[in-house]
Design a protein around this ligand. Structure first.
Ligand code: TXA
Ligand code: MG
Length: 335
């Protein structure tokens, strides 16, 4: 992309040392204030953050990721009050925000005029996607910066999302000024996205909060249809091929073919598993939360091994819904 101009070495700041923490956050805030990009840890995946009120900074996100401009960004704020400045909340959206924020939930709501969010960040839509991340480093940066942050996942567009600072550097080295390293992301899949723009709430993306838990708050009235298909996306980023490693992936594998790698979920391994090129076990005990936390790291590791991936089935419940959504997109034909 012509706009890929930065090409400076990326600095990785470890936030886990006591002294490093404050200095790293100050460096990130300075970078954001000058319109730069920061690799930001959240509890779901690492984000590529920029000042959401600065159009040039937001343009930098699209350029660095190679992201199509029709695909809007999630705006991150420190709390429900700040979210209310940017969008109008009905009673159901308020209930979800009160229950799950801070946390892995994104709400798509009618955007407030004149709130200062760059039009490019919302791709010119009349709606805005809002999230309050729970990660203490993300919270510290949001509070110190004092403005909303646009932040998509910090991968090159279409690739597997990053769950470590190393993953961010592998995809965006030289394109992001600095990355705050806070270790592996705890949740491991992106936020659940709920849209509040029609008559009924719609699940736009399965994610880190189980649909079952959303339904427990909203009653049974969450429309689930939008997430499955890639063809008529209600959420512009819900393209069929996404989260894709650079090697083919085969779903619901009950055997491993010669020269395949295995993405395992539970034991025993399927027939041929002992001869797999490589095995990444998402959870030997079949724990879906552990599996979600390991998913993207495992895909990146198997991609590095170069062989096509056979993926064992994962149950379609709890975080398994988000895991299967990502695996289906990883397996979809590439455009
Ligand atoms: O967990 C997460 O949500 C991570 C972390 C960094 O917060 N972020 C993330 O952002 O996954 P991204 O850009 O990779 O995915 C955002 C999704 C896209 O599918 C986009 O189309 C959708 O949110 N989206 C954003 N604004 C929208 C809107 N106004 N209406 C419908 N969908 C929207
Ligand atoms: Mg993404």
């Amino acid at each position: 992309m012509a706009e890929r101009v930065q090409a400076l070495p990326t600095l990785i700041h470890d936030t886990r040392t006591e002294a490093g923490g404050d200095a790293a956050i100050a460096a990130a805030v300075a970078e954001l204030a000058r319109g730069g990009l920061v690799g930001l840890p959240t509890e779901t995946v690492y984000g590529l953050a920029a000042d959401a009120t600065n159009p040039l900074a937001v343009a930098g996100i699209f350029a660095a990721k190679g992201r199509p401009r029709f695909n809007p960004l999630i705006i991150h704020v420190a709390g429900l009050a700040a979210a209310g400045d940017l969008a109008t909340f009905g009673p159901a959206a308020t209930r979800l925000g009160e229950r799950f924020w801070p946390g892995p939930l994104t709400l798509v709501l009618p955007r407030r005029e004149g709130a200062g969010i760059a039009d490019l960040a919302t791709a010119g839509l009349a709606t805005v996607a809002l999230r309050v991340p729970a990660h203490p480093v993300a919270q510290a940066v949001l509070r110190a910066f004092g403005r909303p942050l646009a932040a998509p996942s910090a991968n090159r567009s279409g690739h597997v999302s990053p769950t470590t600072a190393r993953h961010v550097a592998d995809d965006l080295d030289g394109l992001v000024a600095l990355i705050l390293d806070a270790g592996p992301a705890a949740v491991g899949v992106e936020s659940t996205i709920i849209g509040f723009t029609g008559d009924r709430p719609v699940l736009l993306r399965a994610g880190g909060i189980a649909v079952e838990d959303i339904k427990a708050v909203l009653g049974d009235q969450v429309e689930r249809t939008a997430i499955r298909t890639g063809d008529a996306p209600m959420s512009p980023g819900m393209l069929a091929s996404h989260y894709a490693p650079d090697v083919p992936l085969r779903l619901n594998a009950f055997e491993v073919l010669p020269d395949e790698s295995l993405l395992a979920f539970g034991l025993p391994l399927p027939r041929g598993g002992e001869n797999a090129v490589a095995v990444e076990q998402l959870s030997a005990t079949g724990d879906l939360r552990e599996a979600a936390a390991r998913l993207f790291g495992a895909l990146r590791e198997l991609e590095r091994r170069g062989a096509p991936i056979a993926a064992m089935p994962v149950p379609e419940r709890d975080l398994g819904v988000a895991i299967n959504d990502r695996l289906r997109r990883a397996a979809a034909p590439r455009s």
